[in-house]
Design a protein around this ligand. Structure first.
Ligand code: AQP
Length: 333
């Protein structure tokens, strides 16, 4: 490998990605491909922490790979792979579990939110999610992890575990740094702007999926929850809904929040919502078209998956061997 820094990130195939996953994660990754050695995963093991329909999960993993490529990730420039194809992720999780305390996992916001949302299925995997995520990152000695603001807590755990392991045994892991975008780090739900937009939200009007067609997108924005004073002004505390729409509009048009305020100073919410819907629909259309084309060529996608697996495995195997040796496991000849 050259001396470029290593970047790792992932999205779960737990639903069709939303524009939150897109602007908070995937869209930024595209710009990093030349600057860093990028490794991007399809985090299918993570999705099992919430009940999934097996056949749908399988299809969504392939669809997510197609989406990565349609968004501009180039398999020649970065490693694209499926998490469960590299068994070292699960194995390193076991080792890291032995230096993780239940208290530091049970206070995670995502664990608390998801336990409340899936009260019938509060499983150990849900609690252990951040340790699997730490393994994802530490296996590749990633220096940088681009994530939305919602994942910052989990990244802190990855850092803590790297430092703890390095102190207990000897320097082994790179301590990763988060990379959180300034704008779009947290896109909020359209139906409840105090909650983050999530692909597994039961309320379909809360999110724009990367599969929604133009009419659906425009309809969802029309119904987006806003306050009643009809002024397009950025004020997250008092006008969370309209501020969220302004952030989305800014990300899809490249306009600053200030110029959006000026452009719509004499317009009402109805006009603005329509413009946001149109901007998002025209931004997503070429990506959706390209993704649908790629899905017609399954052989190509399977080949990309196999290449990614081979490259990722090579790195992961090296790290895991080192870890096994340090903790005192006998390596097979
Ligand atoms: N609303 C969001 N705004 C900005 N960034 C977001 N991300 C997720 N939602 C938003 C970022 O997307 C990346 C991948 O997320 P993930 O699929 O691994 O898990 P998640 O954060 O739990 O995403 P979802 O959509 O909310 O999935 P479900 O509904 O399955 O829990 C991460 O970088 C995340 O920060």
């Amino acid at each position: 490998m050259d001396d470029k820094k290593i970047m790792f990130s992932a999205v779960q195939p737990s639903g069709i990605p939303t524009i939150g996953n897109y602007v908070g994660a995937i869209k930024n990754w595209v710009d990093f491909q030349d600057e860093f050695n990028c490794i991007f995963s399809i985090a299918d093991l993570h999705t099992l922490t919430v009940k999934q329909e097996p056949s749908e999960l399988r299809a969504r993993s392939l669809e997510l790979l197609a989406l990565y490529i349609a968004c501009g990730l180039d398999p020649e420039k970065c490693i694209l792979f499926v998490q469960s194809h590299v068994h070292e992720h699960a194995e390193l999780t076991w080792i890291l579990n032995t230096i993780t305390y239940p208290g530091e996992l049970s206070r995670m916001t995502q664990f608390k939110d998801k336990s409340a949302r899936h009260a019938e299925n509060v499983n150990m995997g849900l609690m252990d999610y951040p340790v699997l995520m730490a393994s994802d990152i530490l296996l590749y000695n990633a220096h940088l992890v681009p994530v939305g603001a919602d994942q910052k807590q989990h990244l802190e755990i990855a850092r803590d575990l790297a430092i703890r392991f390095n102190n207990r045994y000897s320097p082994t892991f790179v301590v990763p740094e988060p990379y959180i975008p300034k704008v779009g780090a947290k896109v909020m739900s359209l139906s409840d702007p105090t909650k983050k937009m999530s692909k597994s939200d039961d309320n379909l009007n809360g999110f724009i999926s990367m599969n929604d067609d133009t009419d659906t997108i425009i309809r969802k924005f029309k119904r987006a929850v806003t306050d009643s004073d009809n002024k397009i002004v950025y004020d997250v505390e008092n006008k969370a809904g309209i501020s969220n729409l302004m952030t989305i509009y800014s990300l899809f048009t490249g306009l600053s929040l200030e110029s959006i305020e000026n452009e719509f100073s004499d317009k009402g919410y109805g006009d603005f919502k329509l413009k946001v819907g149109e901007a998002v629909a025209s931004g997503l259309k070429p990506i959706t078209d390209k993704k649908n084309d790629l899905l017609k060529n399954k052989d190509y996608l399977i080949k990309v998956m196999a290449d990614g697996r081979e490259k990722a495995s090579r790195i992961a195997m090296r790290t895991l061997k080192k870890v096994y040796r340090k903790v005192g496991l006998v390596l097979p000849e």
